[in-house]
Write a protein that binds this ligand. Structure first.
Ligand code: ZN
Length: 136
């Protein structure tokens, strides 16, 4: 059995293997298979086949530079989606103590303490001051 793993290890040397983008594609593949159990569509089935073909191609590819670039582009999107949900979670957590406002100059999101009335706020990003009226 050790000889088998050694052979597999040697075969995979210099190949891309499983990166984050491949793992995402594999989860997408599993979801599409599950959906197609109910749809039973030929077009979706052909998409499944092309998707698993792409996953195998990416896993066995020796063009590490291009696969790495694809993975980085995917990671950028994944991180922005994750950050969006983290920000929403923080907004809900801080709903009683803070307000989230946009800077009028650079559109950066600012978190200010929830105190009724007019306040002057300085944006930490662009250093511009502007007034904010917090009603609730
Ligand atoms: Zn600003």
């Amino acid at each position: 059995m050790n000889k088998f793993f050694y052979k597999v290890q040697q075969f995979m040397t210099g190949r891309n293997g499983l990166d984050r983008f491949n793992k995402f594609l594999f989860i997408l593949y599993a979801v599409i298979i599950f959906i197609n159990i109910f749809l039973n569509s030929l077009i979706v089935y052909l998409f499944e086949l092309s998707l698993i073909g792409y996953i195998v191609f990416r896993t066995l590819s020796k063009n590490l530079y291009r696969r790495s670039r694809e993975n980085q582009a995917y990671m950028k999107i994944e991180n922005s989606v994750k950050n969006f949900f983290v920000r929403q979670k923080n907004r809900i957590r801080d709903i009683k103590t803070h307000r989230y406002i946009r800077c009028k100059h650079c559109k950066a999101q600012l978190r200010v303490k929830r105190r009724k009335g007019k306040h002057t706020v300085r944006c930490p990003k662009c250093r511009q001051e502007f007034s904010v009226n917090i009603r609730i």
